[in-house]
Design a protein around this ligand. Structure first.
Ligand SMILES: Cc1cc2nc3c(=O)[nH]c(=O)nc-3n(C[C@H](O)[C@H](O)[C@H](O)COP(=O)(O)OP(=O)(O)OC[C@H]3O[C@@H](n4cnc5c(N)ncnc54)[C@H](O)[C@@H]3O)c2cc1C
Length: 514
């Protein structure tokens, strides 16, 4: 007798819970409509969602399109704006003009030829980013990545969103319950009931009694009520590699309604961490992520207020303790964790929501037909997630290891004992060959491709001792792609509206639905 998986119970109604519900319900819509499958989301009416997390990754466009959300509605209901990457200011030397972009567009011709050696040879003082893609210049000019006639989710320049995290979860909730048949239960989970074999049989709630299921998704945030607490899966701390353990967030109004709105995240290094600065249509979200071992909360708040300037007067700062790391495994028995319940890494590259999307997609695609095959799927899920979290830790650390800033926080970050071995090896290798496909960037859904490593390395002044070869005409190809990037820059600058102009137009007219 097999035990079919027909009822999925998600506990937690933050971004993780609702995105996971949406992705699973959309993928299994036929069975839901036929009454053969159900997705139930249980959410506490008393425990608020974390309500931060305003930077996303371009994957969100595909995820939202697939679950049937209108992009125009997203802009109108979530205070959303376009994001085309991040600018890292003062990370290398700390000087006022020290900065580089990690854009969302790949270098032109990325799959055909590695432009890094050609830029190293002929860059003539121009940044790697500016030689290989138009996107840094588009960000400098505060431009949008498309025009009002570009249909929903389509792009002229690759993009993600900045959005109000407090509005995003309720927005997806409405779509899930009204369009996708997700059952919503507002109740506090008090106990988690286990079978003798260690599976979760049901969750007992205060307001809605017992809720049984075949597969449970833990989206309870930092609490990790199901996987961490009930199933006792430990937490693997990564504070020895990534030191930041506090965040302090502020919502800062603009000087005027039509003030310019950056189309990239501005990430500025400070004495013991860095600030994010995200432009939404109605306000900026600004926060300092720092290491309490290197700075006191009071001094951090002073630094944050200094960064914000006179507009910080009278604004309150919300302190959020953070713990970098992840669960030792992500799926145990019939319970899988997604979102903060699975782990958290400092939000330097907006990697949390993209991990939620990828996890939800994997669960939806590989939904085990029955309990008997679930352990095969969970092993796969755990393998992929260990790989992903490990790679993201490496990539985040890369932003710190090349710094020449003198403060203790930054110098401690360059201590080889704090650098993961795989990253150390790659840094050694990259002295002689630039990152490209072969550096183990071999998974289909790589969160950060080799191009991301190129932007950070060369943005921070790393040099690879390599001469550009001309095998098979690569030199001509490379100059062709660099010329193409320059042409695109000219054309796009001439035609693209500003981020604010386009967002205003979307509010007024909407984008053309696909
Ligand atoms: C400072 C900071 C900045 C961040 N910036 C970014 C960013 O720029 N980009 C990015 O991608 N991510 C970012 N993140 C991460 C992002 O905020 C989260 O990954 C995302 O919001 C998902 O949160 P969650 O849904 O897992 O948890 P939460 O939002 O905490 O939701 C937990 C849910 O569990 C429910 N719950 C808890 N206990 C119970 C119970 N007993 N019974 C029933 N329900 C219960 C709660 O009611 C709630 O609905 C940031 C995080 C922090 C801390």
């Amino acid at each position: 007798m097999t035990h079919p998986v027909r009822n999925v119970v998600i506990v937690g109604g933050g971004t993780a819970g609702w995105l996971t519900a949406g992705v699973i319900a959309a993928r299994h819509q036929g069975r839901i409509r036929a009454g053969a499958f159900s997705v139930t989301l249980v959410e506490s009416p008393n425990v608020p969602i974390i309500g931060v997390g305003e930077g996303t990754w371009p994957t969100l466009r595909t995820t939202l399109e697939k679950i049937g959300v209108s992009e125009t509605d997203l802009f109108r209901h979530c205070d959303a704006a376009f994001k085309q990457g991040a600018r890292f200011a003062r990370w290398t030397t700390g000087a006022p003009d020290d900065g580089y972009y990690h854009p969302l567009m790949l270098p032109q011709g990325f799959t055909q030829v590695n432009l890094a050696p050609h830029w190293l040879e002929s860059g003539e003082g121009r940044s790697f980013c500016d030689m290989v893609t138009p996107q840094g210049v588009l960000c400098d000019d505060g431009l949008a990545p498309k025009t009002i006639t570009t249909p929903e989710y389509q792009a002229m320049a690759n993009y993600a969103y900045h959005l109000d995290a407090g509005k995003f979860a309720p927005f997806i909730q409405k779509h899930c319950t009204e369009k996708l048949g997700v059952r919503h239960v507002l109740a506090d989970v008090k106990t988690v009931n286990l079978s003798e074999a260690g599976d979760i049989v049901s969750v007992a709630t205060e307001q809605a009694g017992e809720i049984a299921g075949d597969l449970f998704v833990d989206c309870t945030g930092f609490r990790s009520l199901l996987l961490g607490q009930a199933l006792g899966v430990g937490f693997k701390d990564c504070g020895d590699v990534l030191f930041c353990d506090r965040a302090m967030a502020m919502q800062v109004p603009y000087e005027s309604e039509d003030a310019p709105m950056a189309s990239h995240t501005i990430s500025t290094a400070h004495s013991a961490g860095w600030t994010w600065d995200i432009g939404l249509p109605t306000r900026r979200g600004i926060g300092y992520v720092y290491s309490s071992r290197h700075i006191s909360d009071e001094a951090a708040e002073e630094e944050l207020r200094r960064y914000v300037g006179p507009r910080a007067k009278g604004l309150s700062a919300r302190k959020i303790p953070i713990r970098g790391g992840h669960r030792e495994i992500f799926w145990k028995s019939n319970c899988v964790a997604v979102g903060l319940a699975a782990g958290f890494l400092e939000p330097l590259e907006s990697s949390a929501i993209v991990l939620i999307e990828l996890s939800a997609k994997l669960i939806a695609e590989q939904m085990p037909a029955n309990r008997e095959v679930m352990d095969i799927v969970s092993r796969r899920f755990n393998d992929v997630n260990h790989y992903r979290w490990g790679r993201i830790i490496d990539f985040l650390k890369l932003h710190y290891v090349l710094t020449r800033r003198p403060e203790k926080f930054w110098q401690d970050n360059t201590d080889p004992a704090t650098i993961p071995d795989r990253l150390k090896d790659l840094l050694h290798l990259w002295q002689y060959q630039p990152p490209w496909f072969f550096d183990e960037f071999d998974r289909i859904e790589e969160v950060f491709p080799a191009a991301s490593y190129q932007y950070v390395l060369y943005g921070m002044g790393f040099r690879t001792e390599v001469s550009a070869d001309d095998n098979g005409g690569t030199r001509a190809m490379a100059s062709g792609y660099m010329r193409e990037a320059a042409d695109m820059t000219r054309k796009m600058r001439a035609m693209l509206p500003t981020n604010r102009e386009l967002v205003n137009k979307i509010h007024q007219y909407g984008l053309q639905p696909i």
